[in-house]
Ligand binder design. Structure first.
Ligand code: NAP
Length: 283
């Protein structure tokens, strides 16, 4: 016997998966939002030391920090601003000494459906800034930290979107920002990162629709779920935990040590967009 479980009946799968993320210092941007909070809880289960970024929702970040406890800290930054990003990294290094992994999760989109011919340059610039420039600044800050503190391994996980893979009608600004992030930025970073950390890896997680507060009003529109899940084998909306588990997996050198430059869709086997819904059913 070992504890209450007879050895003969205990499966080897009773042993928790080892990620080796214990005591790794991990920065999660957008930790005040739905996917960011679930990701923070998943890393906390691995006993990582967390730097939890927020922009406007201090209350959510502070509550999460208190819930997680340990050495977690909450940090405010507008990630479109160089000075804010630099100050955020300085504070983490002051507090924790080093940063081992980052999750570039902060991002936003407009709630209206705006075709390109109606889109203002202002909207385009704001979304590119919030989703792509913020990712550039966050990654640049981490690379500069690695330059200051050279080491063997490091991990970056970018949170993209299926919008960046398939495009998204009415959200070309957001789709273009996410494509830029998961293709041009990630694939270039992949080869630059190893100059600073020879085992450094950068990967992307691309959710489709996720059950988070920020998508609730869109998901409530009639027919929306049917349309969004029409090309998905699993025909369901992801949970934030589905995304968090994929992020933890890719951040782990032990589990994903030979994966870099990978785009991992967390989208239930989505094959693309339903552009012209059928008007009648074939028999
Ligand atoms: N939910 C989905 O269906 C879905 C699907 C595909 C991809 N994604 C991607 O997943 C990521 C997280 O989405 P979510 O659903 O968790 O969204 P969310 O709940 O709206 O959270 C967004 C997070 O990003 C932060 N943020 C936004 N703009 C920022 C800026 N300029 N500077 C700093 N922080 C900023 C927000 O901070 P504050 O709230 O503190 O201001 C918040 O923490 C995003 O990159 C999103 O594009 C989501």
């Amino acid at each position: 016997m070992n504890g209450d479980v007879p050895v003969a009946t205990r499966s080897r799968y009773d042993v928790p998966m080892q990620t080796d993320l214990k005591d790794k210092v991990v920065l999660i941007t957008g930790a005040s939002g739905g996917i960011g909070q679930a990701t923070a809880r998943a890393f906390a289960e691995e006993d990582s030391t967390l730097a939890l970024h927020y922009n406007t929702n201090a209350q959510a970040a502070e509550n999460l920090c208190n819930e997680i406890g340990g050495n977690a800290i909450a940090l405010r930054a507008d990630l479109t601003k160089e000075a804010d990003v630099d100050a955020m990294y300085d504070r983490i290094v002051q507090k924790s000494g080093r940063i081992d992994a980052i999750v570039v999760n902060a991002g936003t989109w407009t709630t209206g459906h705006t075709p390109v011919h109606e889109m203002s340059l202002k909207q385009w610039r704001e979304i590119i800034d919030a989703d792509l420039t913020s990712a550039f600044l966050t990654c640049r800050g981490f690379l500069r930290h690695l330059q200051d503190q050279p080491r063997d391994s490091a991990s970056i996980v970018l949170v993209g979107s299926t919008a960046g893979i398939y495009g998204e009608e009415g959200d070309a600004d957001y789709a273009a920002a996410k494509s830029g992030m998961i293709y041009g930025l990630m694939l270039s970073l992949k080869n630059e990162l190893v100059r600073l950390a020879p085992r450094g890896r950068v990967n992307s997680v691309c959710p489709g629709w996720v059950d988070t507060p920020s998508t609730e009003s869109a998901r409530m529109k009639p027919g929306m779920i049917d349309r969004a899940t029409a090309t998905m084998a699993l025909k369901k909306i992801a949970t934030a935990e589905d995304c968090a588990n994929a992020i933890v997996f890719l951040s782990s050198d032990r589990l994903a040590g030979h994966l870099t430059g990978v785009i991992l869709p967390v989208s239930g086997g989505m094959e693309g967009r339903l552009i012209h819904p059928p008007t009648h059913t074939l028999t």
